[in-house]
Design a protein. Structure first.
Lengths: 360, 497
């Protein structure tokens, strides 16, 4: 009798474990991959504590930063933990959660996220960021902080349980939904498409930073200090704003204030809008659209940025170390994928650029 | 809270866990609190109504037993009847006010309106309390059972209140009898693995019926029925057939979840549906459909009216009364009344035609046990019932009449091949998935019909197979179910009754 009982309890536990495993697999297959896979692979495919630098931010971060170039040049491991329209609140909680998985020496935040001061500019984009995160207290805090005052609990649940949102996606599944594996671009998103823009005006005025931005900035600074991580900011350039020149000017004013604020707090911040000449950025060939760098532009920014990181932080070259052979192996695949992408773009084929990802 | 809400999925495991942890002595009180909480999630005020109904019927039971002990038997009998009448009068009065008042006023006004008289304008904005028709009937059955001395009156008010409010079956049945449920409340129910297993499986089956089949079909049926003028007879016919499946799965699903949930806690609720669409006559259908309600009407209305003991004509009258009342019970609207009426007429015609049918069988040498003969009867019954569902689902009597006319006159079977069916609110893949699900349901119902106990057979299989089936079942519901932000959570159709 007793043996039977123990057997039953054990079998229930094993069944539940089995259920959870299957559940997670099914949930991932059904989830929308666009946008969220970058964060998902960060958690599930990158070796724990293997990254030296983590870049964070919105699309400006992933279009403008290419970690594999960092590796090729300096042997530094890095990853872009970005999501479309990521706001600074999301960046903060994501950072808080990500450092449980990786303990980088430096976190470099692309500062466009400081502009998205409203709690959620787009709840859809927040969902994309959250979809990639495993369920955790930080994830719940993120959701509650961003959504609690606008959405009911039932409306918020799909953010924590993506299954609720995506189970009905089954008729749309294709083979890509079943693919696993690491992100060969390490979070970067190279685009070869080119559009030409006139050089935007240089703005030197400032505008007060929104209160929310300040709150999260301070939280980030504190978090990094407590965890012994160096924090820095960088601001990739852009040719204008979709919503008109006024928005562009406002953004630049905020960037100027951000730069000043961070300098006062002793946090480095590189504003590439003021380094356009130094890095030889060409507005007629370095942008994929008005708000985003293409691979040419990104490489110019990256040469400067990676050099800065290399010179100012005690990063190590891992290229000859044993545990990092996979990174070296990836170079070949990376180069080939880039080449394919370049050829596809050249013949005008539609590449994997998806609207969602093009968001700021 | 709805069974298909996240709220219930949190509520139920917690209630079960606590239920088995606390001492037997207090369990009924705990379940009573849980049940009232469950009910008050809709609207706390409703609970007052349920409490009133509970108090009246509780008192009626005690009073009936008390006067039954009087020396003067004649006087006692008279008073007993008085208390029964009071209990029925007040309970039905409450039900009438909350459910039928507006309908009655409207109907009276309509009739008087033809003479240019307005009686009064209803100034009450009465909201129908959830499940009122269910718990009122359940409570009334108790008064009657005590009167008939089929049970002793319950002395413990808490236990009685739990009988009326027991949350698994509170808002949509099965409508339990005091003979069955009340006595189970005093019995100790230790935790049993077998109960949990079969109860959970039954609940999953219920969710399959409700969330996968009914709710997916609902999108299509609503689209067609709410815009019926845009569709031709073939589409209307398909939508009607699908509605037959929808209402069965919606209501049957609720019952399965209720019975499963109760079973986990050790309670046995009565079966409510027994493969209804495999019935071979309308009368047989009503023995298989919403059994707890049909038997309620049989025991507490049909038999007191005289049943079949007072001649043929009287029997037909009684049948019609019962079915029209049943129609009215389903909803305060004429199309429900007509739906009930047609079901009654079917049975009367069936009875009247019995000798003719017998003769035909004799002349044509038909073997009544023959498969093809049985199949024909099953199909004929299903189609007859479908015709009544048009009245049930349509938004008004006029709509229903137009729909039926169009089904018979505007037939263009070619539509079926145009892919029109895939543009009725659910896309091709979902439509096909619904068809597969209906197939699964049919297999399960046929097994039930043939007395094959699928669950028992499953439990005898090896562990890998059982687990495989459990996982498939759960994920089938999770993936194919209609729920979540993309779907507006469907209320169980029967909640409005």
């Amino acid at each position: 009798m007793r043996r039977k009982r123990i057997f039953r309890i054990l079998s229930v536990i094993i069944f539940l474990v089995l259920f959870v495993i299957v559940y997670q697999k099914v949930e991932r297959v059904l989830s929308l991959k666009t946008g969220s896979s970058r964060i998902y692979t960060f958690y599930h495919e990158e070796k724990k504590d293997s990254l030296d630098v983590v870049f964070m931010g919105s699309s400006h971060a992933y279009y403008g930063t290419h970690p594999m170039e960092f590796w090729k040049e300096y042997g530094v491991t890095s990853y872009v933990l970005g999501s479309p329209l990521q706001n600074i609140g999301t960046t903060y909680y994501l950072m808080k959660d990500a450092i449980k998985r990786q303990h980088p020496k430096v976190i470099a935040v692309e500062g466009f996220c400081t502009y998205h001061v409203n709690k959620v500019k787009s709840d859809r984009m927040l969902q994309i960021a959250m979809d990639g995160m495993p369920l955790s207290l930080n994830k719940i805090q993120l959701g509650e902080d961003m959504l609690a005052d606008q959405f009911t609990l039932e409306e918020r649940l799909p953010y924590y349980i993506p299954f609720l949102q995506y189970h009905s996606r089954w008729p749309e599944l294709d083979s890509d939904d079943f693919k696993n594996g690491s992100n060969i671009y390490k979070g970067g998103k190279p685009v070869f498409k080119t559009r030409s823009f006139p050089a935007p005006p240089i703005i030197t005025e400032k505008e007060e930073l929104p209160e929310n931005t300040l709150i999260y900035l301070e939280k980030m600074i504190k978090l990094c200090k407590e965890n012994d991580i160096e924090l820095m900011f960088y601001l990739t350039p852009f040719a204008g704003a979709r919503d008109g020149e006024e928005v562009y000017i406002e953004l630049q004013k905020i960037y100027n204030s951000l730069e000043e604020y961070l300098r006062e707090r002793g946090i480095p911040c590189i504003n590439y809008a003021s380094l356009v000449d130094e890095i030889e950025l060409d507005f007629s060939s370095d942008f994929k659209d008005i708000g985003h760098l293409n691979i040419n532009g990104a490489k110019k920014v990256n040469i400067h940025l990676f050099q800065y990181l290399w010179e100012n932080y005690s990063l190590e070259d891992h290229r000859v170390e044993k545990g990092y052979t996979i990174w070296n192996d990836n170079i070949e695949i990376y180069d080939k994928k880039l080449e394919d992408l370049r050829n596809k773009t050249a013949v005008g084929k539609k590449t994997e650029d998806v609207d969602l990802e093009e968001q700021d | 809270m709805l069974f298909n809400s996240f709220h219930f999925l949190v509520f139920f495991p917690i209630v079960c866990l606590l239920y088995f942890l606390i001492p037997y002595k207090f369990r009924y009180l705990f379940l009573l609190i849980a049940s009232y909480y469950f009910y008050m999630c809709w609207n706390p005020k409703y609970a007052l109504l349920m409490f009133t109904s509970t108090a009246i019927t509780y008192a009626s039971g005690l009073l009936i037993e008390w006067v039954d002990r009087l020396e003067d038997k004649k006087k006692g009998e008279k008073r007993k009847k008085l208390f029964v009448a009071l209990s029925f009068g007040s309970n039905l009065g409450i039900l009438f006010f909350f459910k039928y008042f507006d309908f009655a006023i409207e109907s009276v006004n309509k009739v008087l309106g033809t003479f240019h008289i307005t009686l009064l304008n209803p100034s009450f904005d009465v909201v129908l309390p959830v499940g009122i028709s269910f718990f009122t009937f359940q409570a009334l059955s108790y008064t009657m059972d005590v009167y008939r001395k089929e049970i002793y009156a319950e002395k413990n008010f808490g236990k009685y209140a739990l009988f009326v409010s027991f949350f698994p079956q509170l808002v949509a049945g099965p409508i339990e009898r005091s003979k069955n449920l009340l006595k189970q409340i005093s019995v100790k129910h230790p935790f049993r693995f077998e109960n949990m297993r079969s109860g959970l499986l039954l609940m999953i089956f219920g969710y399959f019926q409700k969330v996968v089949v009914a709710d997916n079909i609902a999108t299509l049926v609503n689209q067609v029925y709410d815009n019926y003028t845009q569709y031709d007879g073939t589409v209307l016919a398909v939508a009607t057939l699908l509605f037959a499946i929808q209402i069965y799965c919606d209501f049957g699903g609720y019952s399965s979840i209720a019975i499963g949930a109760a079973r986990i806690m050790g309670f046995n609720l009565m079966e409510n549906f027994n493969a209804p669409y495999l019935a071979n006559s309308v009368a047989d259908f009503w023995r298989r459909w919403h059994i707890s309600l049909s038997t309620w009407f049989r025991d507490y209305l049909y038999i007191p009216l005289g049943g079949n003991r007072k001649g043929k004509l009287r029997k037909y009258m009684n049948l019609l009364v019962v079915f029209i009342t049943s129609g009215l019970w389903h909803g305060a609207s004429w199309h429900f009344v007509i739906w009930g009426g047609i079901n009654g007429i079917y049975q009367v015609i069936g009875e009247v035609m019995q000798p003719v049918r017998d003769k035909a069988v004799e002349i044509l040498h038909i073997d009544r046990k023959n498969f093809s003969h049985q199949l024909m009867k099953i199909i004929a019954t299903f189609l007859l019932i479908n015709l009544t569902w048009v009245f049930f689902r349509a938004n008004s009597v006029t709509d229903a009449c137009t729909i039926i006319r169009n089904i018979f006159t505007m037939q263009n079977p070619g539509t079926l091949f145009d892919g029109v069916l895939y543009n009725l609110g659910i896309e091709r893949q979902k439509f096909n998935m619904v068809l597969v699900s209906i197939g699964i349901l049919a297999v399960i119902d046929i097994c039930k019909f043939k007395n094959i106990h699928l669950m028992g057979k499953l439990f005898k299989q090896e562990i890998w197979f059982r687990w495989f089936v459990y996982l498939c079942a759960v994920f089938y519901v999770l993936i194919f179910g209609a729920y979540g932000p993309a779907f507006d959570a469907g209320q169980f159709i029967y909640f409005q009754f």
